[in-house]
Design a protein around this ligand. Structure first.
Ligand SMILES: Cc1cc2nc3c(=O)[nH]c(=O)nc-3n(C[C@H](O)[C@H](O)[C@H](O)COP(=O)(O)O)c2cc1C
Length: 177
């Protein structure tokens, strides 16, 4: 027997990424995304679907740039913190202790603790439903030398549908850093 499900539930587990964005005063923000994928190799394009009500949505629309930072598993706590708190009310760099580092080409910082970084200039923003799909051209891509040279193996951060995680782990302080 088959029963009805919410379609998203079976798209998981998915990889997690940390998107950095910023305002004109260079106040940076961090957002956790899993709806993030390459959509062209030449030119190099990445698409991220970001909630219309997220602070990051507003920041990317106005600054037209963002960075896709690749966290490894050791940043799981920070990933969930940034995914359940909004930059409208807090500074997530201060709250998590993650370190903003100057990007190569953009004003938006990268997250030093992440292993790889894709600096993106916004090419297109498409309204989907409750999300906006931001398509960015990768203008710089770089990663930790040990990972690129294969000396160290990346342990990708990925996980279950956040709603499920939220329900099971919220009570044991999982989202505090
Ligand atoms: C594991 C995980 C994955 C998430 N993936 C997305 C995503 O792909 N798109 C999105 O808009 N929000 C996603 N979220 C939720 C946002 O990270 C969350 O709404 C965040 O608080 C918005 O932050 P902001 O208001 O500072 O931009 C995810 C949350 C978690 C925990």
């Amino acid at each position: 027997m088959k029963i009805d499900v919410e379609y998203l539930e079976f798209m998981w587990p998915m990889r997690h990424f940390l998107i950095t964005s910023g305002d004109s005063q260079n106040n940076p923000n961090i957002l956790t995304v899993s709806f993030c994928m390459p959509v062209s190799k030449d030119p190099p394009l990445i698409a991220c679907a970001i909630g219309r009500s997220a602070y990051s949505c507003r920041l990317i629309e106005s600054s037209e740039e963002f960075v896709v930072n690749v966290p490894s598993k050791n940043l799981t706590k920070e990933i969930y913190y940034c995914g359940f708190h909004s930059g409208f009310t807090i500074n997530k760099f201060n709250e998590t202790g993650l370190t903003p580092q100057a990007a190569r080409k953009l004003k938006v910082p990268i997250i030093d603790e992440c292993v790889a970084h894709m600096e993106c200039m916004l090419k297109q923003a498409i309204s989907t439903g409750d999300k906006k799909l931001f398509i960015g051209e990768v203008v710089e891509a770089y990663a930790d030398e040990a990972i690129v040279k294969g000396i160290k193996k990346i342990e990708y951060a990925k996980g279950e549908y956040p709603r499920k995680v939220y329900a099971t782990r919220f009570n044991n302080n999982y989202y505090s850093v």
